[in-house]
Design a protein around this ligand. Structure first.
Ligand code: 4NP
Length: 185
């Protein structure tokens, strides 16, 4: 982080219409509440291309709206050069994380990939945010709850680095190195 002020965070799931737009919206709300808008660039993307250009799933939007958040993102596919544009790439599940690491062009890019729930409650570590797409409305509530807890932990984990001089900030938003990638999907 030499001449940048903001930490750039991209949340990634499969379709970019359910989980990652929810995480993006939740994280943005926390950032705004903390008065840290100028410290972050926040985005989301999917590893798949099926829904490119689509708004977030209506069930994700309805759940978020009930909880005070408007999801306004349009789906896009994560591309290798997104590793140039983001400091931290936050995957929703192990398959997303493995696909992202396979896309990385260097170990330093693979090291940017983190699992969202690793920033949640201690019992959440190593767990996936479950894919709600083929399930009922309840699944979207679960996703929202998990995103709230883990996004709060993620923001807390990056706060010390935000306080540092931009010229002296660590890579990966100042997050400690992640554990070795898990083998399950
Ligand atoms: P997301 O959910 O990865 O949380 O956006 C999904 C959305 C669409 C599909 C799968 C998961 N799909 O198969 O189209």
């Amino acid at each position: 982080m030499s001449d940048r002020v903001a930490v750039r965070v991209c949340f990634v799931c499969l379709g970019n219409i359910c989980r990652s737009p929810t995480a993006e919206g939740v994280f943005l709300k926390l950032v705004r509440e903390a008065g840290l808008e100028s410290s972050f660039v926040v985005d989301s993307a999917g590893t798949g291309s099926w829904h490119v250009g689509a708004p977030a799933d209506a069930r994700a939007r309805a759940t978020a709206k009930r909880r005070g958040i408007e999801l306004v993102s349009r789906a896009r596919q994560f591309k290798p050069d997104d590793f140039d544009r983001f400091d931290v790439v936050v995957a929703m599940d192990h398959t997303n994380a493995a696909d992202l690491r396979a896309m990385a062009r260097a170990p330093s890019e693979a090291a940017k990939v983190r699992l969202l729930r690793d920033f949640g409650a201690p019992g959440d570590h190593g767990q996936a945010v479950p894919d709600p797409y083929y399930g009922g409305d309840d699944g979207f509530e679960v996703v929202f709850d998990l995103c709230e807890v883990a996004c709060s932990g993620l923001l807390d984990a990056m706060r010390p680095d935000l306080a540092a001089d931009p010229d002296n900030r660590a890579d990966s938003g100042g997050l400690p190195a992640s554990d070795p990638p898990p083998s399950r999907g």
